[in-house]
Design a protein around this ligand. Sequence first.
Ligand SMILES: NC(=O)c1ccc[n+]([C@@H]2O[C@H](COP(=O)([O-])OP(=O)(O)OC[C@H]3O[C@@H](n4cnc5c(N)ncnc54)[C@H](O)[C@@H]3O)[C@@H](O)[C@H]2O)c1
Length: 357
Amino acid sequence: MARLNSPSPLRVGLCGAGMMGATHAAAYAGIPGAKLAAVWDTDLKRAEALAARFGGTVYAHRDDLIQAVDIVDICLPTPCHLEQIQAAAAKGKAVFCEKPLGRTLEECDAAIGACKRAKVPLLVGHVVRFFPEYRTLRNTILNGDLGDVGVLRMKRVVCSPGPAGSWYWDFEASGGCVLDTAIHDLDWLNWTLGRPASVYGVGFRDAPSLKDLAYLTLQWSSGAIAHLESSWSHDTFATSFEAAGRDGIAEFDLRDCAALQVAYTQAASDGGGNVVPESPLAKSPYQAELEHFVAVVRGAAKPLIKPEEAREAVELALACLDALRSRQPVRLPSRRGGPSARTAKPRARALPAAHPE
Ligand SMILES: NC(=O)c1ccc[n+]([C@@H]2O[C@H](COP(=O)([O-])OP(=O)(O)OC[C@H]3O[C@@H](n4cnc5c(N)ncnc54)[C@H](O)[C@@H]3O)[C@@H](O)[C@H]2O)c1
């Protein structure tokens, strides 16, 4: 604890040296209050390559890494999150974990419980909350500038995450495009409009080629509707939204405004990971997110993402998967209180004639 209050940079222990591990390592390089100190990965070569690029000592054993650092950052396949969160919390280390918090709600509950008992912060990488466009849209809606919002259309599509045969290709591990990719928008919708009353979806999955696609429809008890396109079947990364309210429409499309887009073929990549958006003009949202984590650990900021909200995002994604599987609308239990429930009420508009389910 004394170390967390000292002015020297916090020593970061990075678990996972794949695509997100590299993204986080690059982000820490721009954060004066933190320093990449240690890297661990079951693929030792990958850990060494990352440390050679960004610094830090490579550890062959996770527990040695945890011992050597102040904070632990988990960029591992989703089913590995819980074990590492528990190990870090047991040693009193603050935890940043990539989204989704867990593959199941039981994993989420166990992770939240471990950090609560250890009294350590747990922040989950719902990075879309740090993208200026999505933040601005949320503020615009919550300020009432669009009037009551009735319809939202959101899209997040990417190529099949590679390489072939990686953990992403095991649906039981990754949860496919809905749990892994659409969860960003689902979290944003929960955060902005509150929990929807029901979800419905259609899609297809071709396991051998890892083509996965879902069209999801979410409806709030007020009648407000969101349509969400999620895909691992495109050639590159694209994201967009359109929000229509009584008084106006807000639109964003990454393809219209990206200063630079680079798409690598999977064969050329070093294996692992999909595409993350980059901008040469602005501070990376990943850096903003990790800066926020460091500020939370130092007690200088209140967490922008509560662990329970990360659990709610998983809950909503799992409901969407249920709807896709059953081809039936799935109702979500109504929630008592919660920050997003409070914001939902005054903002979501009652449509004149909602379709009966
Ligand atoms: N926030 C975002 O924008 C975003 C984007 C992509 C992925 N993610 C999330 O980040 C996490 C990591 O994804 P990624 O794309 O970096 O995956 P990846 O496959 O690129 O990297 C995972 C790394 O973990 C290592 N690994 C695998 N099993 C391990 C184990 N049991 N113990 C230790 N190391 C192990 C692998 O060797 C690999 O280096 C996932 O939860 C994913 O959902 C977040």
